[in-house]
Design a protein around this ligand. Structure first.
Ligand code: FAD
Length: 491
C-alpha cells in the first residue's frame, strides 16, 4: 500500500504497557513499531508517576526517619532543603530509567516513531510527528500499516471544570515538578496519589488539608490499617475533610480560595479556605477518545475506556488494548502483565504457535500499595469486603509490637493481617484469600502474600515456611500461625 512503514505489530503508547508489549513481541520475533508522542519512553509511570514520586518519597522517609532517632539519643539539626537540587536528583533517577528503555528498544530493533498517533483504518495508523518536550507538532505525517495493533495510550489526571487556570493549581504532574514548597496545601482527593504527594510536601514543610467525598481516606484498604496510618500522620494535617465536595475555586492574590459543600444532605460544609497550592488528585481518565479508535472500528465507552476479553482483545479481533485504558486498577504492574498476554497471543497467532496464542490474563489478584510512611499494602480480599459480602474468613493479625525487628527499627506501629477461607467447604484448612500490611516496607512484603494466594496456600503452608529472623517479613509467617491457632510464642 502507500504506508511509510509496515510491521507485524503496532503499539500505540510507550508506557509500562506499551514498552512491555513491544519488547515481548520483539523477543518473540515480530517486527514491531512503537508510537509515542513524548521524547522518552516510560509513559506516566517512569516520567511523571511511580518513579519520580518514589524518588521524592524516599528522601521524605529518610528525613522523617532521622527525626525518629531522637528517641535513640541521636539528634540532627533541622534539615535544609535545596528544592532545585532535589528536583535535579529526581530527574536524574527518571533519566536513568528512560535512557535504559531507549537502549533496550534499540537492542531489540523495535522501531520507535515519535508523534501523535490516530487510527485512519482497521490496519493503518497516522502519526503526526512531535518535537520538543511540549508535544509541538511538526506538521509532518507518517502512515504505518500493521497486521496487529495494541492500544496502550494510558490515562491522564481528571481536572475539575471549575478550577482556575493558575500555576497554584496542579495535578500530580505539576506537583512532581516541585516548583517550590507551599505553606498551605490542599489535596483534592484522599487516594493513594494525593496522599503520597502530600507526604512529600509535608515533610518538606507544607501544612496539609485534604478533602474527600467518601467517608475515609485511602479507599480500598481495610479501615483498621488506614487508622494506623492516619494516627501516625495526624500531625501533617490541619483539616481532614471527609464526606465533603469541592464546589468552587477562585484565584486571588492571597492564594486559591476553595469552597466546599457537604457530600451528603444535611451534612456540615467546612468554611472556605485559601491555599498556596491545590493538588487535584481526584482520579484519572482514560485516553480512549483521543485516538480515533472508531476509524479502526474499536468500541470506546462513554468514559473513554476500551473493553477487552481475557486475551486483551477488543471488539476488533486483530486489535488489542492494555493498561490504564482498559480499566481499573490503573497500576503499572497490571499494565505490564496485560502487555505480555497481548504480545504472546499476537505472536502465537501470527506464527501458528497454539500455546502462545492461548495466553490469557488470569491473575487471581493484583496488589495495591500506598508508598506513604508507614506504607499501606493490600492484596486479594480485604476484611471490609469479606464483611460486606458475607464471606466467612479466619483472620490472623500480627501486631508489630511483637516483632523484634520492628522494635529494633523503632517502628512497631505496623500490623500484618492474613485472611483465610473459613467456609464449611474449607473444613478448617481454608486457603488464603487476602492480606493487608501497614508498616514500613509493607509494599516490599505484599508480594509474598500475592504469591501465597496464586499458589493456593493455606495457613499451615505459610506458617511452616521458615522466614528469616529478625525480619519484618516474619510477620507474615506469624500471622498465618495465629490464624491457624498454632502460635504459642512471639519473638
Ligand atoms: P501510560 O503510562 O499512561 O502510558 C501511555 C503512553 O501513551 C504515554 O506515554 C502517552 O504519551 C502515550 N500516548 C497516549 N496517546 C497517544 C497517542 N495518541 N499517540 C502517541 N502516544 C500516545 N502505578 C503503580 O503501579 N505504582 C505506583 O507507585 C504508581 N504511582 C503513580 C504515581 C502517580 C503520580 C501517577 C499519576 C500514577 C502512578 N501509578 C502507579 C499509575 C501508573 O503510572 C499507570 O498505571 C501506568 O503508567 C499505566 O501504564 P500504561 O502503559 O497503561 O499508560
Amino acid at each position: 500500500g502507500n504506508a511509510d512503514l509496515d510491521c507485524d505489530l503496532l503499539v500505540l503508547g510507550g508506557g509500562p504497557g506499551g514498552y512491555s508489549a513491544a519488547f515481548r513481541a520483539a523477543d518473540l520475533g515480530l517486527k514491531v513499531v512503537l508510537v509515542e508522542r513524548y521524547a522518552t519512553l516510560g509513559g506516566v509511570c517512569l516520567n511523571v508517576g511511580c518513579i519520580p514520586s518514589k524518588a521524592l518519597l524516599h528522601v521524605a522517609a529518610v528525613m522523617d526517619e532521622v527525626g525518629h532517632l531522637a528517641a535513640a539519643g541521636i539528634e540532627f539539626g533541622a534539615p535544609t532543603v535545596n528544592v532545585e537540587t532535589l528536583r535535579g536528583h529526581k530527574e536524574k533517577v527518571v533519566g536513568k530509567l528512560t535512557g535504559g528503555l531507549a537502549a533496550m528498544a534499540k537492542m531489540r530493533k523495535v522501531t520507535i516513531v515519535r508523534g501523535y498517533g490516530s487510527f485512519v483504518g482497521a490496519n493503518h495508523l497516522e502519526v503526526e510527528e512531535t518535537t520538543g518536550t511540549a508535544q509541538d507538532k511538526t506538521g509532518s505525517k507518517k502512515t504505518i500499516a500493521f497486521k496487529r495493533a495494541i492500544i496502550a495510550a494510558g490515562s491522564q489526571a481528571v481536572r475539575l471544570p471549575f478550577m482556575p487556570e493558575d500555576p497554584r493549581v496542579v495535578d500530580s504532574t505539576g506537583a512532581l515538578a516541585l516548583q517550590g514548597v507551599p505553606k498551605r496545601m490542599l489535596i483534592l482527593g484522599g487516594g493513594i496519589i494525593g496522599l503520597e504527594m502530600g507526604t512529600v510536601y509535608s515533610t518538606l514543610g507544607a501544612r496539609l488539608d485534604v478533602v474527600e467525598m467518601m467517608d475515609g481516606l485511602m479507599q480500598g484498604a481495610d479501615r483498621d490499617l488506614v487508622k494506623i496510618w492516619q494516627k501516625m500522620n495526624a500531625k501533617r494535617f490541619d483539616n481532614i475533610m471527609l464526606k465533603t465536595k469541592t464546589v468552587g475555586a477562585e484565584a486571588t492574590p492571597e492564594g486559591i480560595k476553595v469552597t466546599f459543600a457537604a457530600a451528603e444532605e444535611g451534612g456540615q460544609a467546612p468554611e472556605p479556605q485559601t491555599y498556596d497550592l491545590v493538588l487535584q488528585a481526584v482520579g484519572r481518565t482514560p485516553n480512549g477518545k483521543k485516538i480515533a479508535a472508531d476509524k479502526a472500528g474499536v468500541a470506546v465507552t462513554d468514559r473513554g475506556f476500551i473493553n477487552v476479553d481475557i486475551q486483551m482483545r477488543t471488539n476488533v479481533p486483530h486489535i488489542f488494548a492494555i493498561g490504564d485504558i482498559v480499566g481499573q486498577p490503573m497500576l503499572a504492574h497490571k499494565a505490564v502483565h496485560e502487555a505480555h498476554v497481548a504480545a504472546e497471543v499476537i505472536a502465537g497467532e501470527l506464527q501458528g504457535n497454539q500455546e502462545l496464542a492461548s495466553a490469557a490474563f488470569n491473575a487471581r489478584v493484583i496488589p495495591s500499595v500506598a508508598y506513604t510512611d508507614p506504607e499501606v499494602a493490600w492484596v486479594g480480599l480485604t476484611e471490609d469486603q469479606a464483611k460486606a459480602q458475607g464471606i466467612k474468613v479466619k483472620k490472623g493479625l500480627f501486631p508489630w509490637t511483637a516483632s523484634g525487628r520492628a522494635i529494633a527499627n523503632g517502628r512497631d506501629e505496623g500490623v500484618t493481617k492474613l485472611l483465610f477461607d473459613d467456609s464449611p467447604e474449607a473444613h478448617g484448612h481454608g486457603k488464603i484469600l487476602g492480606g493487608g500490611i501497614v508498616g514500613t516496607h509493607a509494599g516490599d512484603m505484599i508480594g509474598e502474600i500475592a504469591l501465597a494466594i496464586e499458589m493456593g496456600a493455606d495457613a499451615v503452608d505459610i506458617g511452616k515456611t521458615i522466614h528469616p529472623h529478625p525480619t519484618l517479613g516474619e510477620s507474615i509467617g506469624m500471622a498465618a500461625e495465629i490464624a491457624h491457632g498454632s502460635c504459642t510464642d512471639v519473638p
